[in-house]
Design a protein around this ligand. Structure first.
Ligand code: IMP
Length: 217
């Protein structure tokens, strides 16, 4: 009886060791799996890093500039960027492309949001809307994931309105975009509250769901 108990205890201790080795191995393997966010926009990275932590997905930033193709389609732009980045970097990565679509401007600036911000800026947008009663707009984000086997896109949207003045803080169009259900701009909300409702968050949720399912995190 005593001998029998001894064997049981010994087996159990080994069981604990095996479990620990297995646990550590899984943890180490997950640590090794890196995903890059390839972009020149560090503000986007900060938001992505913070949000994907909720899904235990760790993202590293690689500053990477792509040649943006002329297209009306955010998916096409994001897929092209992700292929170009993967050819250079060779590590699983995501890229992201955003457009601001303003109803009364028939969806302008849309895929040209970057160029328009650089040229006429937020004040230019407010000037274009000065005599318009309809200030509804849509922010749309497309995340493209690329690795050796997959090249997929995930999209997300947030509706809102364009404010009548430029608020302080934020980046890009944050100072003039008020998301639906709020009375203040993305810029005034600050990063944590913005992440709660942002177009990028919705796209990232779809990506994270797919990624976790596919790589069984
Ligand atoms: P991109 O081509 O995806 O980098 O973005 C198009 C334009 O939209 C750029 O001028 C960005 O600064 C701006 N933009 C992208 N995402 C956001 C955002 O979350 N808030 C405000 N502006 C953004």
């Amino acid at each position: 009886m005593k001998g029998g108990l001894q064997i049981w205890v010994t087996n159990n201790v080994y069981g604990v060791y095996i479990h620990q080795i297995f646990y550590f191995g899984t943890w180490f393997f997950l640590r090794l799996r890196r995903i890059i966010f390839a972009s020149t926009n560090e503000s986007k990275y900060n938001e992505i890093l913070l949000h994907l932590r909720n899904f235990d997905i760790d993202i590293e930033y690689v500053r990477f500039k792509t040649v943006e193709i002329q297209s009306n389609n955010l998916e096409e732009i994001a897929l092209k960027k992700s292929k170009e980045a993967y050819e250079k970097i060779g590590i699983p990565l995501i890229v992201e492309d955003t457009g601001l679509f303003i109803d009364s401007l028939k969806g302008f600036p849309g895929p040209y949001s970057s160029y328009i911000l650089e040229t006429i800026g937020n004040q230019g947008i407010l000037d274009l809307l000065s005599n318009k009663a309809n200030r509804f707009a849509l922010f749309r984000s497309v995340v493209a994931y690329k690795d050796g086997n997959n090249n997929l896109t995930f999209s997300g949207e947030t509706r809102g309105i364009i404010s009548d003045h430029i608020s302080k803080g934020g980046w890009g169009y944050d100072p003039i975009f008020i998301p639906e259900g709020s009375s203040i701009t993305y810029a005034q909300q600050g990063i944590t509250n913005k992440i709660g409702v942002s177009h990028r968050t919705h796209a990232l949720n779809h990506f994270a769901e797919w990624y976790r399912g596919n790589y069984s995190i």
